[in-house]
Design a protein around this ligand. Structure first.
Ligand code: HEM
Ligand SMILES: *[C@@H]1O[C@H](CO)[C@@H](O)[C@H](O)[C@H]1NC(C)=O
Ligand SMILES: *[C@@H]1O[C@H](CO)[C@@H](O)[C@H](O)[C@H]1NC(C)=O
Ligand SMILES: *[C@@H]1O[C@H](CO)[C@@H](O)[C@H](O)[C@H]1NC(C)=O
Ligand SMILES: *[C@@H]1O[C@H](CO)[C@@H](O)[C@H](O)[C@H]1NC(C)=O
Ligand SMILES: *[C@@H]1O[C@H](CO)[C@@H](O)[C@H](O)[C@H]1NC(C)=O
Length: 474
């Protein structure tokens, strides 16, 4: 009797598991679910090859093989989440534009990493409020004031490189960007500070798009530890500044503190600290990678380097007073530079994946995206589609000369789109353009080793970028 009972329980168990696996693999949908496979239940298809490192600029192989099998829109599961993947430029554009149908959302491992206050999925008034705070420091008016500061930091660093025989450009660029934004945001001083902020950020970034396994030794674990250390530093900084209310630092943190002091503010200390962390991170991580990729592309494309150098030498020669720095008008006149920046961002795909969540059933062409599902937009698939860009893996800044900019709005999404369009886009471009100006007018380099990339799928430079180095001042 007991045996029969046990058998029955076992059978029920097997049936319910099978049922669950079946439900997972064949989700309900009032309409036509995009094709695809839900993989091996809980772990989804993650382990198969999503995080497999790849050394090319190409669309991740995981995505590519599924586009071949299912078309440009398909379903999958990642780390136990049901996801619709969009590699279609029209659907991706729609996802960005329709903020009411697709709310901002990130996988739980991201929210864990970016703070309990769910900064990445903020919506409504708080989102608007924080966005306006950032806009106030990166508005065109503010950027005009920041330009000389960017130029002076870039000049000082590049002259430093020119005085050495060889330079590891990856670290050198990161140090430069870190100094600039650390100073602007929190008056961080590398020499004087007790906490090695950059080292903690590196640990954080290494594990950011890795498999979210929180066990000592894994990249994800180090990522959380790195964040913890930075947060402790920011909290101490906040307390120090509360204690000395009259000391003026003239940085963004001061401005945040002022906001915190307001009686009717919706900002809390916790949100403010998460927000500072996010800003330090996006500034540092994205801009330095974009600049390193630009150097890499220039190294591999002498014709582009030549045209860029000519554009900037012309700006310099035209200047009447050589001791005066770059002007706003000169900055705005850098036509080829901006083409080169677009082309660099198109191929670099610094944000390889963007997430949203469908808040209702959404029809697109023949398909229905069920309410509650995650939507993952994959910009590299759009940027590297030969329909959108001829010969897509080729670095060709001149293609932007002829580019129909109306179509560019749906086929270029390096900065996202819609309501969540990157607030820092203009600031990032300014940093890149000013840096490139200083680079090609003051400096010559030759690659020795490194410069290879790895995508996991986040962009990384495992072996740095070593170059011989000399000044080009005559
Ligand atoms: C080349 C450099 C950069 C790239 C490629 C980049 C890319 C992006 C992308 C793709 C998004 C959209 C995220 C989404 O839709 O979920 C975004 C949002 C954002 N970016 Fe950037 N970014 C860059 C530089 C910066 C800089 C320098 C700042 C600093 C001010 C910044 C601040 C932000 C903020 C605050 C958001 C959130 C906007 C919102 O949710 O409304 N970014 N960025
Ligand atoms: C890297 O990606 C390309 C294009 O998606 C693919 O052909 C190649 O097999 C991938 N390499 C590895 C090691 O996965
Ligand atoms: C974060 O978001 C989740 C789900 O949206 C919610 O359950 C949780 O309470 C939020 N956490 C905070 C601190 O707001
Ligand atoms: C905040 O409220 C306190 C007491 O209610 C008041 O003394 C103070 O002036 C207010 N501060 C501001 C900035 O409104
Ligand atoms: C060039 O500009 C500098 C700094 O603005 C100024 O001190 C100097 O007098 C100027 N020289 C000429 C020749 O105008
Ligand atoms: C770069 O791309 C953006 C977005 O599509 C576009 O508005 C801009 O005009 C492009 N810049 C150049 C120089 O083509």
């Amino acid at each position: 009797m007991l045996q029969v009972g046990l058998c029955l329980i076992a059978a029920l168990f097997v049936i319910s598991i099978t049922h669950w696996v079946y439900r997972w693999s064949n989700p309900k949908c009032n309409g036509n679910l995009p094709p695809g496979s839900m993989g091996w239940s809980l772990l989804g298809e993650t382990l198969q090859c999503f995080f497999t490192p790849n050394h090319t600029c190409d669309t991740p192989a995981f995505i590519k093989s599924r586009i071949k099998r299912y078309g440009s829109i398909f379903r999958t599961s990642l780390v136990g989440l049901q996801v619709i993947v969009s590699t279609d430029s029209e659907l991706s554009y729609m996802v960005f534009q329709q903020g009411q149908s697709f709310e901002s959302w990130y996988p739980p491992s991201f929210t864990k990493v970016f703070g309990s206050q769910n900064l990445s999925s903020l919506y409504g008034s708080l989102h608007k409020y924080l966005k306006n705070m950032v806009l106030s420091v990166v508005s065109p008016e503010s950027l005009k004031k920041i330009l000389p500061e960017v130029e002076s930091v870039a000049t000082r660093h590049i002259e430093g490189w020119a005085n050495k025989k060889t330079v590891e450009l990856k670290t050198a660029v990161e140090d430069m960007i870190f100094e600039l934004i650390g100073k602007m945001l929190i008056s961080y001083d590398l020499e004087k500070s007790l906490v090695n902020l950059k080292k903690n950020f590196e640990a954080f970034i290494q594990g950011l798009i890795s498999f979210p396994l929180e066990i000592p030794g894994t990249a994800f674990y180090k990522c959380l530890q790195g964040r913890k250390a930075v947060m402790v530093m920011l909290k101490n900084m906040l307390e120090t500044r509360w204690a000395k209310p009259n000391k003026v630092n003239n940085d963004f943190f001061d401005y945040v503190l002022e906001e915190l002091k307001q009686n009717d503010t919706i900002l809390t200390e916790e949100i403010a600290l998460d927000f500072m962390f996010l800003l330090l991170f996006v500034n540092y991580e994205t801009t330095s990678k974009a600049i390193i990729m630009a150097i890499k592309f220039l190294t591999d494309n002498p014709r582009a380097l030549k045209e860029l150098t000519e554009e900037h030498e012309k700006i310099r020669r035209k200047r009447e007073n050589q001791t005066v720095g770059l002007s706003w008008e000169e900055y705005k006149s850098m036509t080829f530079t901006f083409q080169l920046i677009n082309e660099t961002l198109r191929l670099a795909n610094i944000a390889p994946l963007l997430f949203r969540k469908a808040v209702k059933d959404i029809k697109f062409k023949d398909y229905t995206i069920p309410s509650g599902w995650a939507v993952m937009v994959c910009p590299p698939a759009v940027h590297l589609d030969p329909v959108n860009y001829k010969d897509p893996l080729n670095f060709n800044p001149w293609r932007w000369e002829a580019k129909d900019l109306k179509s560019a709005s749906t086929t270029f999404m390096a900065f996202g789109g819609g309501q969540r369009f990157c607030v820092g886009a203009d600031f990032a471009k300014l940093q890149m353009a000013v840096f490139l100006h200083c680079l090609v007018t003051k400096y010559r380099w030759q690659a020795i080793k490194g410069g290879d990339i790895v995508r996991t799928p986040g962009l990384q430079f495992p072996n740095g970028f070593h170059a011989t180095s000399e000044s080009s001042y005559v």
